[in-house]
Each structure stands twice: as structure tokens, then as C-alpha cells.
Write a protein that binds this ligand. Structure first.
Ligand SMILES: Cc1cc2nc3c(=O)[nH]c(=O)nc-3n(C[C@H](O)[C@H](O)[C@H](O)COP(=O)(O)OP(=O)(O)OC[C@H]3O[C@@H](n4cnc5c(N)ncnc54)[C@H](O)[C@@H]3O)c2cc1C
Length: 474
């Protein structure tokens, strides 16, 4: 595979006269290169905007025949895989349609719909979907690589709610995959999809959502961490079987202070009195602030916070955090974050984030039943330093690497304990979507690596889709 040359660019334009193609000379080019993470941005040789499955198939046939390096952009929220230096970006952002079938309870979308649009459409029929906690995330990168949602506790991972996918392979073949058709490709699309092809159509399960949900932000001091951990353990435990409650937690500088504290975002799928009973211990701890209230499901998302603009440099790496939480160990992570912020004020908006749900629904499916490798009795934890000055790149990245090593060491230790069930024991401890450090493919895909590799040889032997994870690196 090779970068795009001016000769190939001319051929590309001639082959697709009706499709928008941008080059570095186009006025819109610079904007088209922007991604949520600066670190994902590259100067592509050209960007092409397919409108439908036929366009995607023709473009892939062309690029494979001409051996062009390519990357696929969905909504562009990932820290990797959605752009490529000097190569061709196939940008799906003109493929955003969403339709709902209220009788079958399914949602059909093109490859780059945004969860906010899906939620809004589903809500018209009293339905919801297992989509991003952050509604500006794309259906593509989310669903085919796992998918953490408020609804995981009730309905499993995002990828578990995929009925059918229309996938275009590198050679332009269009494959429909589901539990009944091309089952092996379907297996791969549920957790390792970004490295197999371009999904031009998703058919997703929709779930009844007639009631409002209870959600908001609560602030706590670090000294209250133990009490907060008790509530999180309850959320991951038997008292929350059925998964009505979920919790997102951020450790970071509390608004209006210079202290690292706890921003807790409890979420409850039920009436207010029930929510307040479940989360009573939090209310009794007298949070510093509390914005919890009832709201429609579609409005209960959490956006990226204060460091969302392009002036911010960011890196994220994620791991897993075993239940029940160990408040003492967790406290040391908070201290490490405070040390970073104290020594580097430019990184004051950095956070460590956590997502917790009851794991019963995600563990109904075994570790090797889908390509998604991280099922178990644990929550997710992501280290997310953010800063502005290029000169601080190295120190922030190093902090991230150091804390990542600490996080995964703790997870492996807890994973090895006697009472741990087999699914949890075989969990990779890694969410593929939260690795922007470039972990090895074997580490990311864990027990499923070998099967993913053999399917990769079958469906993408030329390794055309390698920007998200280059599987052959092992
Ligand atoms: C602010 C923020 C909040 C987030 N919140 C959540 C969350 O609540 N839950 C969660 O699980 N994750 C979350 N994430 C992570 C997010 O799900 C992943 O980054 C995901 O990959 C984004 O998908 P995308 O389509 O938006 O991004 P992109 O960067 O466009 O795509 C990511 C990868 O998937 C590939 N891809 C995208 N669409 C397709 C397609 N149709 N066919 C084939 N390949 C495709 C791309 O090539 C790329 O390799 C969040 C990320 C951010 C930045």
C-alpha cells in the first residue's frame, strides 16, 4: 500500500465525478481534517465522501486496485484510526440516516449516524438504544468495538444489540452479516469491527423507554470516596440486578475550587422516588452540588466537559477496575492526578473517568462468543490528561503510561484472585476504543486475538483496514 499520488488523484476524480472529493487545495480541506483528538489528525492526500453502499464498494475497489493507504472516518471521535497521512480518507459523514421500526423494535442507520440523532428518532416511538453515554459519539466506532452505555446493565454491550450489519470488504464485496448469515464476520463485527470493513448499514435492537430517567451531577470531596465507592459497589452488585442504575464518575478539579474531588453522575431508569431510594446514601452524604432531576432518556447524555475544543491536547488510555472497588487503592490514583495537576497547571482539566453498571447482562454472553474481549465483574476506568502546550506532550503522555501500568497491574492482581469467575478471569481488561497509547493488538483483544487474526486473514488479507489497530503487529 502507498500514499496517494497526483496521478492516482486524477484517476480518482475521473472515476467518481459525482462524489465530493477534497484535496489539500480545497478550501474545506483543513476543516475536514479536524478530529475530536488532535493526535488523530493527519494531512490526508484526499478525502472522499461516499453517499451510499454502492459508492463505498466502488471506492474500496478503486483504492484496493490502486493500492492506496486508507482510513475510514465515522463521526471522528476516536483518538486513532480515522485519518491517515498522505493517504485516502473515506469519510462517512454524508451517511447519517436513521429510521425506526416500532413494530419490530429495530433502528436502522447508515455508517456515521450520531447517537443524539438516533435517540431523538427512537424517542418518537418511546424507544431507546444501547448507545453512547456521550450522544455526539458515532454509531460506527461505538457499536463495532464494544459500546459503553447507560443501558449496559439492562441490555448488554452496544455490540450485543447489533442485529445485522451490511459490511463492505476491502475488495468491494458487500456482505450482510447476522446470527444467521456470515456468522463469523458477524462475530468479528461485535468488538473488532473497525479492522474488517466499512459498515454501511446497522440494524440495532431498540428497547422500550416510556419513562423519564433520573440523572445529574453531584460533587463530593475526596474524603468522601469510601462512601461513594459503597454506592458504586451497590450499583455493580445484586441490589441492581436488572441494571436500572448506572454511575459515571470523574475525578478532577471540582468547579470553583483548586482541589481534586469527585464528580459523580448517577443515572436511574425509573421513577424519582425509586432513584432516590437507590441512591439515598449519596444524598445523605450532602454533596457539594447536586443537579439530579428527571429528564428524557435522549437528554441524559454526558458531553466531553470543559476540555472539548481543539486547543486541548489529549490522550486517553482505558483499563478495567474490578468490583468491589478498593477505595484505598483508588485514592492513590486520585493523589497521582493531583500531583500531575499541581506540578503542571497546564493539565488542570485532566480527569480520570469511570463507568459502572451491573455486569449480569454483559456477562450473559461469554468472553469468546463475540470479538469484544472485556466482559467481567468490573467497571471501566480511563486516564485522560488534557493540556494545551506542545512542550507538555511528553510529560502528559508519560504520566498516562505510568498510571496505565499501575491500573493494569492492579486489575491483573485482582483478576487472579481465587473467587473470580472464569469470564472475568479471561477479560482483557482493555476497552479497544479507549487505547490511544498504541497497546499491542494481543493485549487489546486478549483471548479473542487468535480468532480475530484468522478471520482477518480471511476477510482482509491485504490488511487494508489497519489504522485503528494493525492486527498483524501481534
Ligand atoms: C467525548 C467522548 C465520549 C465518549 N463516550 C463514549 C461512551 O459513552 N461509550 C463508549 O463506549 N465510548 C465512548 N467514547 C469512545 C467512542 O465510542 C469511540 O471513540 C468510538 O470509536 C467513536 O466512534 P466514531 O464513529 O464517533 O469515531 P471515528 O473516530 O470516526 O471511528 C472510530 C473507528 O471506527 C471506525 N469506524 C467508524 N465508523 C465506521 C463504520 N461505519 N464502519 C467501519 N468502521 C468505522 C473508524 O475507521 C475508526 O477506526 C467516547 C469518546 C469521546 C471522545
Amino acid at each position: 500500500m502507498a500514499p496517494i499520488t497526483s496521478d492516482i488523484l486524477s484517476k480518482l476524480k475521473a472515476a467518481f465525478p459525482e462524489i465530493v472529493i477534497l484535496t489539500p487545495a480545497s478550501p474545506e480541506y483543513e476543516k475536514s481534517m479536524e478530529r475530536y483528538f488532535r493526535s488523530a489528525e493527519h494531512q490526508a492526500g484526499a478525502v472522499i465522501y461516499p453517499r451510499n453502499v454502492d459508492d463505498v464498494a466502488d471506492i474500496l475497489r478503486f483504492s484496493t486496485n490502486h493500492k492506496i493507504d486508507l482510513a475510514v472516518c465515522g463521526v471522528g471521535h476516536n483518538g486513532k484510526g480515522n485519518s491517515i497521512e498522505n493517504g485516502l480518507v473515506i469519510d462517512l459523514r454524508k451517511m447519517t440516516s436513521v429510521s425506526v421500526n416500532p413494530i419490530k423494535k429495530t433502528i436502522t442507520t447508515q455508517g456515521a449516524a450520531m447517537w443524539s440523532d438516533i435517540y431523538a428518532e427512537a424517542e418518537k416511538y418511546d424507544l431507546a438504544a444501547v448507545g453512547g453515554v456521550t450522544p455526539s459519539v458515532g454509531v460506527g466506532g461505538f457499536t463495532i468495538n464494544g459500546g459503553y452505555s447507560w443501558l449496559n446493565g439492562a441490555h448488554g454491550m452496544g455490540c450485543d444489540n447489533l442485529f445485522e450489519a451490511e459490511v463492505v470488504l476491502a475488495d468491494g464485496r458487500v456482505m450482510i452479516c447476522s446470527e444467521k448469515e456470515n456468522e463469523d464476520l458477524f462475530w468479528a463485527m461485535k468488538g473488532a469491527g473497525s479492522i474488517f470493513g466499512i459498515v454501511t448499514k446497522f440494524v440495532l435492537k431498540a428497547h422500550e423507554q416510556k419513562n423519564l430517567v433520573w440523572k445529574g451531577e453531584m460533587g463530593f470531596k475526596r474524603s468522601q470516596l469510601r462512601g461513594v465507592c459503597d454506592v458504586i459497589n451497590k450499583t455493580m452488585g445484586e441490589e441492581n440486578n436488572g441494571g436500572k442504575a448506572s454511575v459515571l464518575m470523574l475525578s478532577g478539579v471540582l468547579p470553583g475550587t483548586s482541589e481534586v474531588g469527585i464528580i459523580l453522575i448517577p443515572w436511574y431508569n425509573g421513577p424519582e422516588d425509586e432513584a432516590k431510594t437507590f441512591f439515598a446514601p449519596l444524598l445523605e452524604m450532602e454533596p457539594i452540588f447536586d443537579t439530579t432531576k428527571m429528564m428524557p432518556f435522549s437528554q441524559s447524555g454526558v458531553e466531553g466537559g470543559g476540555s472539548i475544543g481543539r486547543e486541548w491536547r489529549k490522550v486517553i488510555v482505558g483499563g478495567s477496575l474490578m468490583a468491589p472497588l478498593d477505595a484505598t487503592w483508588l485514592g492513590t490514583m486520585f493523589e497521582d492526578l493531583e500531583n500531575l495537576i499541581n506540578t503542571l497547571p497546564d493539565a488542570a482539566t485532566s480527569v480520570i473517568g469511570f463507568e459502572f453498571h451491573n455486569p449480569v447482562a454483559t456477562m450473559k454472553i461469554g468472553q469468546t462468543e463475540t470479538a469484544y474481549p472485556d466482559r467481567g465483574t468490573h467497571g471501566t476506568m480511563f486516564l485522560s490528561p488534557t493540556w494545551t502546550k506542545e512542550e507538555n506532550d511528553a510529560v502528559c503522555r508519560k504520566w498516562c503510561e505510568k498510571e496505565d501500568a499501575k491500573m493494569i497491574k492492579e486489575f491483573r492482581k485482582r483478576q487472579g484472585e481465587k473467587q473470580v469467575d472464569n469470564t472475568t478471569r479471561t477479560s482483557s481488561g482493555r476497552y479497544p476504543n479507549y487505547d490511544y497509547l498504541g497497546l499491542s493488538p494481543k493485549e487489546v483483544y486478549g483471548v479473542n486475538y487468535e480468532r480475530i487474526l484468522s478471520l482477518k486473514k480471511k476477510y482482509d488479507p491485504g490488511n487494508v483496514f489497519k489504522e485503528y489497530v494493525d492486527l498483524f503487529l501481534g
